[in-house]
Design a protein around this ligand. Structure first.
Ligand code: GLN
Length: 546
């Protein structure tokens, strides 16, 4: 007799009162708690905007674009999901209104609805309901958590809300609705205000949904009286009002929500069992994160979106994970590359223990990044370049070691007479901007006796890409003669994936984005090696100056 997999349970997460309350982190934290109980969990995000994906949006509007193994450009919450659940996401985990409408319209053209008027209900809502089940097509999960982007009351999220209302009605015993709100605290009168939460739940109920659990973001822990008041007005049980107090780090959230009993109340309502379970590994990670005795490492992150740290979210998290593994305290020094010039770059960069140039698009700030690479290289400061950061390092080497003063990437200078970075051949006839880059996971051959090999301890690795430009093979020999090692190449050796320098403690730049694969309790080997070197160098320098 084969034992049947337990029925999948569905949890929907919506937000009210204001945006940016952290639905992604809250959903992912609940996922961590349920996973620790032995349940298999996946999370998906439904984004109500009309773009097919965030790939063409400005980072100012949307923050980082997170790339999955299967080459989907997704919302940055998918990064939180991967990091919190230690699970790879796929294109089934991020659905936009644009994708839903595109599917419906393709079906309409194909004649799938012949004879019918195509409408939001049922055609669009059916398509959304299908997508709730999409993660289950290839794998069983005990729990699917679905986060709806935006705030209750938004016009554009209405079809999603209607679809989950129908889905919950059709799967009454197997679904749960968690609503995240804000409970302001008025310091002048010293009281919490529950009215915005009441209004938000009223809005939700006007579209036919009564939440099962209300998670309340607040500055201070809610009192029992306030929780009971919210429960009474919003029709949920007292234990289903969860206080989510502001915490220092996103990694504190699972522990804080566990203290509030979120997993128990969710399990009770979904009729699944839980047992007392400590989050040991997670707690030890958080303990190191908050250890203020550790030596501080200053990493200069040189980019053009330095006032919008969400644009470099995965990079910062990957460095953080590695710092925790190496037991050092991370201090990011945000350096605006647009401000750097020949006269001031030494001043901006000389206090840093390491330099990191992340990915990016467009010419703005590029010259400042090239100066950062030069500074790191000449002063033997550990340098990590990611994607554009590799292009930058290559331009620096071409200009300042090989003497090709006009060297550039053809992304920025079409008529450079030394285009050290050039368009990938496959990109030549690409005219559409959306979803057409070299995207997703590709294998990379690791050359022996290199820093890359020492980092990964493997002869083949798989990393995620998102780029159109690539190292120009015409200059490979000249670079090699100057001491550059191409330590990572595509399996057929036609593409350079990693460059490094030997006469330097750590100068490595890669075409891929290793940051997407780092996990809190499983730091990425490349970042770990980088921080290990940063630590050694910083301690050496310190003892040299004593
Ligand atoms: N703009 C560069 C390219 O398209 C680098 C991209 C990136 O850093 N992700 O190739």
């Amino acid at each position: 007799m084969t034992s049947e997999a337990p029925k999948t349970k569905f949890i929907f997460v919506t937000g009210g009162v204001v945006s940016s309350l952290g639905k992604g982190i809250t959903g992912a934290s609940l996922g961590v708690l349920l996973q620790s109980q032995g349940y298999s969990v996946t999370i998906q995000k439904f984004d109500p905007y009309l773009n097919l994906d965030p790939g063409t949006m400005s980072p100012y509007q949307h923050g980082e674009v997170f790339v999955t193994d299967d080459g989907c450009e997704t919302d940055l919450d998918l990064g939180h999901y991967e990091r919190f659940l230690n699970e790879n996401m796929t294109r089934a985990n991020n659905i936009t209104s644009g994708m839903i409408y595109q599917r419906v319209l393709n079906k309409e053209r194909r004649g799938d609805y012949l004879g019918n008027t195509v409408q939001i209900i049922p055609h669009v809502t059916n398509e959304i309901k299908d997508q709730i089940l999409a993660p289950l097509k290839h794998k069983h999960y005990d729990i699917v958590i679905t986060e709806i982007g935006g705030t209750i009351g938004d016009i554009e999220s209405l079809p999603f809300i209607e679809a989950i209302r129908q889905f919950q009605f059709e799967n009454k015993d197997d679904s749960l609705h968690m609503h995240l709100t804000l409970v302001p605290y008025l310091t002048s009168s010293g009281e919490f205000k529950t009215k915005p939460t009441q209004h938000s739940v009223k809005e939700l109920r006007s579209v036919g949904i009564t939440p099962d659990v209300i998670v309340c973001r607040s500055l201070m822990p809610l009192t029992t009286d306030i929780k009971n008041k919210i429960a009474l007005f919003c029709d949920v049980s007292n234990d289903a009002v969860i206080s989510a107090v502001d915490v220092d780090s996103i990694y504190d959230v699972p522990l804080a929500l566990k203290n509030e009993g979120l997993d128990d109340v969710v399990a009770k309502k979904l009729s699944i069992t839980t047992k007392p379970q400590a989050l040991d590994e997670w707690s030890s990670f958080v303990d190191v994160l908050h250890d203020h005795q550790l030596p501080v490492m200053k990493i200069a992150l040189v980019g053009k979106y330095v006032n919008y740290s969400d644009c470099y979210l995965s990079v910062v998290e990957a460095v953080r994970h590695a710092c925790i593994q190496e037991k050092v305290k991370l201090k990011i020094e945000w350096v605006d590359s647009e401000k750097l010039n020949d006269d001031n770059y030494v001043g901006y960069l000389s206090g840093a223990d390491a330099i990191l140039v992340p990915g990016g698009f467009g010419e703005r700030g590029v010259e400042g990044k090239i100066l950062a690479s030069k500074f790191a290289r000449e002063n033997k400061i550990p340098y990590l370049g990611l994607c554009l950061g590799m292009h930058i390092a290559s331009i620096d080497i071409a200009r300042h070691i090989l003497g090709h003063t006009d060297a550039h990437s053809s992304e920025f200078k079409k008529d450079s007479n030394y285009p050290v970075i050039a368009l990938l051949e496959e990109q030549n006839n690409v005219s559409n901007m959306g979803g057409t880059m070299r995207l997703g996971s590709y294998p990379c051959k690791v050359i022996k006796n290199t820093l890359l090999e020492a980092s990964y301890q493997s002869d083949e690795i798989h990393e995620r890409h998102r780029h159109r430009y690539e190292f120009n093979n015409a200059y490979r020999e000249e670079f090699e003669n100057a001491g550059v090692i191409f330590s990572g190449v595509s399996p057929d050796e036609s593409l350079v994936e990693v460059i490094e320098l030997t006469d330097h403690p750590f100068f490595l730049a890669c075409q891929f984005h290793p940051e997407f694969k780092s996990r809190p309790t499983n730091a990425h080997p490349l970042f770990t090696k980088y921080i290990e070197k940063v630590k050694t160098e910083a301690l050496l320098n310190k003892s040299a100056t004593v």
